[in-house]
Design a protein around this ligand. Structure first.
Ligand code: ATP
Ligand code: MG
Length: 271
């Protein structure tokens, strides 16, 4: 069985045996130190499913996320976008990829331009993609704010004038501006105060259902991943060592590392 047929839809992105190797500093000329950040990963993501990626710091989660959103070309392997090779993209495909796949980073304070108003931050992707008129773009900003549970008045202020949780809502609204198929969220709640983590998680999972998005949810906290994911991939040293539904992974972990991860630190989320 493959997950690629889930919901009867073709995966939006498919990775086949993707490797990202870095030459680390300090390596010898004839024996370079190679960091195998991602080391042979097969992965699919379709609309309507949330796939969680969990693993300890340095196991390659963010590198995998960069490949998924097109920020990092793999050293080897294939990236398919709607079934078509997407590594050597032409301008049109790059634009289509950028519209279809968006990303939410860990820290909204650095991900959002502090000098722009929230109105401008949300209008920016629409302008770059040449979507709509000034009036339709302004209406879209209003819709986006409502979608992520922010008051319309938030449009007039800058990111530093709202709370950390609200800033992450702005980042999520920006990620939704182009009506993407997939959102890749890399530790989207880790930089937030514990008290607002659950709210932001709930927002992401509500949006995923409401908009039939595909979501890749990355975290080092397996309890958080369990809470939102339909399917979980456990990463260890650049590889996916276990994959399955939340209950398969939690109730019958087959891999020793997964067992260790499950026995490790309790969730930081109080849910
Ligand atoms: N540009 C680079 N050059 C060399 N090594 C790199 C580079 N980028 C990442 N790495 C290494 O690749 C490995 C995977 O890094 P990555 O950031 O993907 O891990 P991660 O799972 O996201 O970790 P964290 O949970 O801390 O965010 C690490 O060992 C990292 O040091
Ligand atoms: Mg990371």
């Amino acid at each position: 069985m493959t997950d690629s047929t889930q919901n009867g839809s073709q995966p939006v992105i498919e990775l086949k045996d993707v490797k990202v190797h870095h030459h680390a500093r300090g390596g010898k000329l004839f024996r370079p130190n190679i960091v195998k950040a991602v080391d042979g990963v097969d992965f699919t993501i379709s609309r309507g499913e949330t796939v969680g990626i969990v693993g300890e710091s340095g196991c390659g989660k963010s590198t995998l996320a960069s490949v998924l959103v097109g920020l990092q070309a793999p050293t080897s392997g294939d990236v398919l976008f709607h079934g078509k090779p997407a590594i050597k993209r032409n301008a049109a495909l790059r634009k289509e990829f950028g519209r279809s796949v968006s990303v939410v980073f860990q820290d909204p304070s650095t991900a959002l331009n502090p000098r722009m108003t929230i109105q401008d931050i949300l209008t920016d992707p629409l302008q770059i993609h040449g979507i709509g008129t000034a009036a339709t773009r302004a209406a879209k900003v209003g819709e986006l704010l409502a979608l992520v549970g922010l008051p319309q008045s938030a449009a007039e202020v800058t990111p530093s004038q709202v709370s950390g949780g609200q800033r992450q809502r702005v980042a999520i609204a920006r990620a939704l501006a182009l009506d993407p198929d997939i959102i890749v969220a890399d530790e989207p709640t880790s930089a937030l105060d514990v008290s607002v983590r659950a709210q932001v998680l709930n927002l992401l999972s509500d949006l995923k259902t409401q908009l039939n998005l595909g979501m890749v949810f990355i975290s080092h906290d397996i309890q958080t991943v369990r809470y939102v994911s339909d399917r979980i991939c456990v990463m260890y040293f650049g590889r996916i060592v276990e994959q399955g539904t939340a209950s398969q992974v939690f109730d019958t972990p087959s891999n020793d590392y997964t067992k260790k991860l499950l026995g490790a630190a309790p969730s930081l989320l109080h849910i």
